[in-house]
Design a protein around this ligand. Structure first.
Ligand SMILES: [Zn+2]
Length: 342
């Protein structure tokens, strides 16, 4: 599957407009038709910003996952909505997110909602940019669930979720989705302490039915909830095992780590394309066009432009929209100028 050199892409999420944040806290005041309108309008806003930036690949910004019932967990049977956050005050961090309780067999008879999201994106997006769907992998998805007697640990929960995610991937391809990102940041975050071969086996079994049937990428970052990392921010523990992921493209977080271990992308490029995070989604320093060109030059020391995609470090949902807009615009303009110099 060929694509333009220095393909510009994004990870799934985009900041919610302020009115969507507000509306999502007051959903009881909206009717079903109002909510459907909200969802379309939010996706139109995310598409607008991405198209204005000039990206080669866009997503729906995950704009419609604004409520528990509309998130993946809301589609799962056998769950009870999370209890209150264990820590309510103090500096923002992962431990402020509650875990959902498992009270029965985990099933998703209606799927996970990603197909409807993709259909909406297809309906609303202008011709031109490639459309990408993003779905968390089963290991990442299991992180918000509390193990119980039936599902004894995180791996047991992962195995229960694996066929559900796999079925969703198949349904996406059947709906005509040609590009899918399977997000497994929990695997990159915990590679330093877990069995990486086990991660690769989980990932490959998840994507097995769609591998080769769409452009498949894996997003590997070190955590971004409230703009905070949670993993040991090193690539070394992930490799070489993660090179065995059955994907067309592997995405790695680089900008926030000042491009540490950049030489690893040469190894990745031997197996697949590599998408490099050259925009720091956690910093309010707006990368200049010159910064972008310089960072691309650095990547091109290790990878040919045909194998290199350029992206932010992670989804932009934790970055204010005004900054996200400027960062994407500079990223695309930097790529445009770098392409002209190729
Ligand atoms: Zn991420």
């Amino acid at each position: 599957m060929s694509h333009p050199p220095l393909r510009t892409t994004v990870i799934g999420s985009y900041p919610f407009p302020s009115w969507l944040e507000f509306a999502s806290q007051h959903l009881e005041q909206f009717g079903a038709a109002d909510i459907a309108e909200l969802q379309d309008d939010a996706v139109i806003a995310a598409i607008h910003d991405q198209v204005a930036a000039g990206l080669d690949v866009i997503t729906d910004g995950e704009q419609t996952r604004f409520d528990f019932n509309l998130s993946f967990y809301g589609f799962l049977e056998g769950l009870k909505l999370e209890s209150a956050s264990p820590r309510k005050w103090g500096p923002p961090a992962h431990d402020q997110r509650g875990k959902h309780e498992v009270i029965g067999e985990l099933r998703a008879p209606r799927g996970l909602g990603a197909v409807a999201e993709f259909e909406r994106l297809k309906r609303l997006a202008p011709p031109g940019p490639a459309l990408k769907a993003s779905l968390p992998g089963p290991y990442t998805l299991s992180g918000r669930l509390r193990p119980n007697a039936q599902y004894k640990d995180r791996y047991a929960l992962t195995e229960a979720l694996l066929p559900i995610v796999r079925a969703e991937l198949e349904a996406l391809v059947q709906a005509g989705c040609a590009e899918i990102s399977v997000d497994e940041p929990s695997m990159s975050c915990y590679a330093y302490r877990e069995d990486t071969k086990r991660f690769v086996d989980i990932f490959n079994r998840t994507v097995e039915p769609v591998a080769g049937k769409c452009r498949l990428s894996a997003h590997l970052c070190f955590g971004n909830y409230k703009g905070r990392a949670v993993g040991k921010r090193r690539l070394a523990p992930m490799f070489p095992d993660f090179l065995d992921f059955k994907v067309n493209e592997l995405h790695v977080e680089m900008a926030s780590r000042e491009f540490a271990e950049i030489e690893m992308i040469a190894e990745i490029a031997k197996r697949s394309d590599v998408a490099v995070g050259i925009i720091d989604v956690k910093s309010y320093y707006i990368e200049t066009i010159e910064d972008v060109i310089e960072r691309i030059k650095l990547c091109l020391q290790y990878v040919s432009p045909e194998k290199l995609s350029v992206a932010p470090d992670c989804g932009l949902s934790q970055t204010a929209r005004w900054a996200a807009r400027q960062k994407l615009a500079n990223m695309v303009e930097g790529v445009r100028r770098a392409r002209a110099r190729l």
